[in-house]
Every structure is written in structure tokens, then in C-alpha cells.
Design a protein around this ligand. Structure first.
Ligand code: SAM
Length: 263
């Protein structure tokens, strides 16, 4: 059977031993872990994950890959250490597949659904404890606010966990070679501790999306779509934040304060 890469499924197979090692070591995978792998492909990450003794639940959309993995890792499938699921991970009942137990996500994910995967797992009723991801380098830099600027993405991730940049992975370490470089990041300490209730979570997203709606404008100017300018000026003043600031220069902790005062 041909295992040629399907562009439509974002298939770029990983060839870097260094990146693979870092994706096992950074989340400290060990034999008592349950790992959810998204898109195992030909098993570049699946194999070293299984070698740690961890239980791996791998969601793969490409039937050819599922069959190939069944043949290659038959013993692990038989022993229950590898659970192969032929399904779109975005539609999967993660809680059922992990029996409601704590789990970690490790994945080289397709570029085209990066944001959706991050959002789906972080806001899931059964969140992972950590996510170690190989993603497009620019997106990784945005998530960890490498240039000192926040974005909707960086703030959304910080609401649930602590993101950290691990390493750059040059495009030549993939087959076929993509047009962009990649990077490994980890989102650690995932929890809902900063979320007081559902209303807080909804307001947080409503406020940051509105504040960033026109990036060049001041945050308060954008936010005046939600409430009067003076309301926001009072809130910003009470939080000790400059009223002329742009949304990208307001820190995560300051946004928490703003949301708390607004609702
Ligand atoms: N893990 C392999 C590696 O590192 O070489 C393959 C990574 S490749 C970038 C992404 C994989 O995700 C492909 O095997 C693709 O078929 C699979 N995939 C794409 N969309 C998916 C989805 N919605 N759910 C599950 N798997 C998906």
C-alpha cells in the first residue's frame, strides 16, 4: 500500500531525532502516563512514546496510516498499550478514551488545524495536564509572546496553562519539506484555576477579541463597542493601566483584573 503524504491532511513526517527526543523528555513521559497522540502518521513519535512504557491513545484520520500502525505495532495493540482510533480528533470523546484519567498530549499536528486543536483541548471538560506540540514556528512564537507582545492566541493559552518555547525545528527535518519552519512548545500546568465561572470565561474571550479587533487602535477605543469609553477608562485606571495602551501591551494578569472589574 502506498503511504505517500497527503497534502490535504497536513502530512509532513518528522525526521529529526533531536525534536523527537525533546517531545518525549519535555513533558517527562514515563511508564504510568496516558498519552493522547494526534495524527501518529507512520509512527515517528508513537514508537518512542511506546518505548517509555506509556499507554498511547492515537487518533489518526488517514485509514492507510491506521492499517500501517496496526501492522507495525501489533504487539502493543494486543497488549492494550496502543489504542488506535480512526477518527477526527476534533470530534473524539477524549474523556471516554482516557477513562477520565489524567493524560498528556504529544503531537506533531497539521498546520491547518493548530488553533482549533489547542482550543478544543484546553477548553475541554477533561483537559490534558500538558500539551507538547510541534507547530509552525511563527505560531509558536506568538503563543509564547516572543516579541513581548500579547495576542488573542497567547492570552487564550495563558488562561489555561503556561506555554514555553522548547526548540526550533528547521523545515528540512520533515518529509515532504514544508514551506515554513516549525518549533516544539509545551503548555504546562493546564488547569481552570483562573476561571471563576463560565461567565468569566465567556467575558474573558469577548473582551480580548473586542480589544484586539483593530490592532492599531488603542484597546479602549476597540472596547467602547462593548461599553462606554468612560467605563473602560475607569476600569483601566482602577487597574493602574495606561488608558492609551494597545491591547497587545496589556499583560495576561492585567486582562484578568479588567475582566473581573467589568463583569
Ligand atoms: N506524527 C507523524 C510524524 O510526526 O511524522 C505525522 C505528523 S503529520 C504533520 C499530521 C498527521 O495528522 C497526519 O498523519 C494526518 O493524517 C493526521 N491528521 C490530520 N488531520 C487530523 C485530524 N483531524 N484528526 C486526526 N489526525 C489527523
Amino acid at each position: 500500500m502506498s503511504l505517500d503524504a497527503k497534502k490535504s491532511l497536513g502530512q509532513n513526517f518528522l525526521k529529526s531525532e533531536k525534536a523527537i527526543r525533546s517531545m518525549i523528555e519535555s513533558p517527562d513521559i514515563s511508564h504510568d502516563d496516558i498519552v493522547v497522540e494526534i495524527g501518529p502518521g507512520k509512527g515517528a513519535l508513537t514508537k518512542p512514546l511506546l518505548e517509555t512504557g506509556a499507554t498511547v491513545v492515537a487518533f489518526e484520520l488517514d485509514k492507510r496510516m491506521v492499517e500501517y500502525l496496526h501492522e507495525t505495532f501489533g504487539e502493543y495493540v494486543m497488549s492494550g498499550k496502543l489504542i488506535l482510533v480512526h477518527q477526527d480528533v476534533l470530534e473524539a470523546d477524549i474523556s471516554a478514551y482516557t477513562s477520565g484519567q489524567p493524560y498528556k498530549v504529544v503531537a506533531n499536528i497539521p498546520y491547518y488545524i493548530t488553533n482549533l486543536i489547542i482550543r478544543t483541548f484546553l477548553s475541554n471538560g477533561h483537559q490534558p495536564t500538558s500539551m507538547c506540540l510541534l507547530i509552525q514556528k511563527e505560531v509558536a512564537e506568538r503563543i509564547v509572546s516572543r516579541n513581548g507582545k500579547e495576542s488573542i492566541l497567547s492570552l487564550s493559552v495563558q488562561l489555561y496553562g503556561i506555554p514555553r518555547f522548547i526548540m526550533k525545528v528547521d523545515r528540512r527535518y520533515f518529509s515532504p519539506k514544508p514551506k515554513v519552519d516549525s518549533a516544539v512548545i509545551i503548555i504546562d500546568a493546564i488547569n481552570r484555576d483562573d476561571i471563576v465561572d463560565v461567565d468569566f470565561e465567556n467575558k474573558f474571550f469577548e473582551i480580548i477579541k473586542t480589544a484586539f479587533s483593530q490592532k492599531r487602535k488603542k484597546a479602549i477605543k476597540n472596547l467602547s463597542m462593548l461599553a462606554s469609553k468612560s467605563t473602560w477608562e475607569n476600569i483601566f485606571e482602577a487597574c493602574g493601566i495606561d488608558r492609551d495602551v494597545r491591547a497587545e501591551d496589556v499583560t495576561y494578569t492585567q486582562w484578568l483584573e479588567i475582566v473581573d472589574k467589568y463583569r
